[in-house]
Design a protein around this ligand. Sequence first.
Ligand code: F6R
Length: 244
Amino acid sequence: MKIIQAKDYAGMSRKAANIVSAQIILFPNSVIGLATGSTPLGVYHQLVEWYRKDDLDFSKIRTVNLDEYSGLSPEHEQSYRYYMNQNLFRDVNIPMESTHLPNGMAQDYEAECKRYDQLITDLGGIDLQLLGIGHNGHIGFNEPDQAFDKTTHRVILNQRTIEANTRFFRNKEEVPKYALTMGIKAIMQARKILLVVSGADKAEILRRAMMGPITPSVPASIIQLHPDVTIVADEAALGRISLS
Ligand code: F6R
């Protein structure tokens, strides 16, 4: 596990974007796993800036996102498809058909989960998976206390996640109660993992994920077992970990 410390959120975003850029430059047809949420926004904005300077070419890149809310259409402003379009896809030269998210509108969600797993297999697996971490240790929407061996599945979002996401909706009632998420198994099969973490409010869960026991009660702790993990975190997020 490599830990890269950045001074603050902007520094974390640039350092993580450098790692994603290196992947794109060295392996232009990479499959990149993407995350949403507030933490990777700076990474995406940096990538767009470098694309505009002609430093990056996304034309052969394929992307698979970790998750999508159930019941939100791609046009819904809080859907993850909308977020990805707004914050990355529409601003770079990636063909839209090379960008993939679970279909939150699928009625038959079990078939949709199977389709998504098959899609990842057909793409040849994920070369670099970008992750954020929830305050309860979730990665993707893999909430605490679920089996580690799951593939893409539908989850009932727990109260803490619903509360954390309420800031993006008009009220708590509007926050979807279900989501489709890539499972821990697919995340662990990615060839490289890049976890981005910012802020003192994530310091304790980052410590538990990195140094605590590997346990389903902290889903992110499983990445301790992955052979190629890089964590880029700012000083505040690393506040409970001694790096010496
Ligand atoms: C979203 C996702 C989530 C977030 C996590 C942290 O695709 O995978 O696991 O990474 O909820 O969200 P932020 O960055 O908003 O704190």
